[in-house]
Design a protein around this ligand. Structure first.
Ligand SMILES: Cc1cc2nc3c(=O)[nH]c(=O)nc-3n(C[C@H](O)[C@H](O)[C@H](O)COP(=O)(O)OP(=O)(O)OC[C@H]3O[C@@H](n4cnc5c(N)ncnc54)[C@H](O)[C@@H]3O)c2cc1C
Length: 326
């Protein structure tokens, strides 16, 4: 069979990420249309469990268990292992999730396998004449570019939350990878690990996000946002205005220069809804906004737009949620 479509799985806290399941879904569909095999590849200290989870989405998953030493960058270790396997199996296309580590992996694979990368893909479809055709969002989602690979094979970086992950009809099989020669492991060492003050729940994976903007007025104002997020079992999001003001960490920023999210519920407090914010959250199933300005741009695309002061509406909403829970 000609070269397969690979889905590169990323592991966080011992599990494959939601984005990896989206990547695998896209790989499976593309492979079906192209008449190829879809293969998942997972590199982790303990790859078996995450590989089994990814096997719900593709017919075959290769689990590469590696001791990931603290002093080695995990993405470089993963890329070296994936490249070694790719030299043997010669996949036609590799789909990688566009996370910080995913971008690093894609860049290193591009260099070591001499393949081109199509970045920030929001749609991937098969064209019998041209192979995979990739739509990518540029200029903050206002422009879509459509590209294919002139060299035939290539790497696609898939943006998060642009497809809904769907398991295959039947689970696939997991294989442990053969030992590989990884002499080309990059000679890079990690000199220091600095932990970000991580949220318990990442905004990309959360099904509920309560987000605050400049309207919260300062770091203390985010307590209203955090309280609602906690009550709803969600994560805290923010606009760039709030991040730039230093009120909240960049990891929580939603939008063009932040993250793209796709929760079931996006509750926006004190956010005007500028286009650069909108491109990161417009795929939410339900958008509810509280803003004291009835003419804020968000009013045009929120499912429910409450005109009011967030410092009155927020605590009242929290009290109502508590009361209903008894
Ligand atoms: C290249 C570029 C990239 C960008 N990338 C991003 C990005 O990734 N993400 C992003 O978010 N932005 C981004 N921006 C910035 C974007 O253009 C907006 O400036 C930003 O989103 C505005 O944030 P905001 O809604 O918090 O603030 P504002 O636009 O100032 O809106 C604050 C809102 O809060 C309301 N308000 C005030 N007080 C209260 C109150 N007590 N109760 C209720 N409502 C209240 C106001 O009526 C107002 O609507 C980018 C801009 C550029 C140029």
């Amino acid at each position: 069979m000609p070269g397969a479509v690979w889905a590169i799985g990323e592991v966080a806290d011992g599990s494959v990420t939601r984005l990896s399941t989206e990547v695998a879904t896209v790989a499976r569909r593309l492979a079906a249309d192209a008449g190829r095999e879809a293969v998942g590849v997972v590199v982790a200290a303990d790859a078996t469990g995450p590989a089994a989870a990814l096997a719900a989405f593709v017919g075959r998953v290769v689990a590469i268990g590696v001791p990931i030493a603290e002093e080695r960058p995990a993405a470089a270790v993963a890329a070296a292992r994936i490249a070694a396997l790719a030299r043997v199996e010669q996949p036609a296309w590799l789909i990688v999730g566009a996370t910080p580590d995913g971008r690093d992996v894609a860049g290193m694979l591009a260099a070591s396998l001499d393949l081109g990368v199509l970045a920030n893909a929001v749609d991937v479809r098969w064209d019998a004449g041209n192979g995979p055709v990739v739509d990518a969002a540029v200029l903050g989602g206002r422009v879509l570019t459509t590209s294919d690979f002139t060299a035939g094979r290539g790497i696609i970086l898939l943006a998060p939350n642009v497809v809904t992950a769907e398991p295959a009809d039947a689970p696939g099989r997991v294989e442990a990878a053969q030992e590989m020669d990884v002499a080309d492991l990059p000679a890079v060492t990690v000199v220091e690990h600095v932990s970000a003050a991580a949220q318990a729940l990442s905004i990309e994976e959360a099904s509920v996000i309560v987000a605050g903007g400049r309207g919260v007025g300062g770091p203390e104002g985010f307590r209203v946002v955090e309280e609602l997020a906690e009550l709803l079992g969600g994560a805290v999001g923010a606009t760039r205005a709030a991040v730039d003001a230093g009120w909240i960490d960049y990891a929580q920023q939603v939008g063009q220069t932040g993250k793209t999210v796709r929760p079931a519920l996006y509750l926006a407090l004190g956010i005007s809804g500028a286009i650069q914010h909108r491109v990161g959250m417009q795929a939410a199933e339900t958008i509810i906004a509280v803003n004291r300005d009835p003419d804020a741009p968000l009013a045009e695309y929120a499912d429910l737009f409450g005109v009011g002061d967030l410092f009155e509406v927020g605590p009242a909403l929290a009290a109502e949620i508590r009361a209903r829970r008894g």
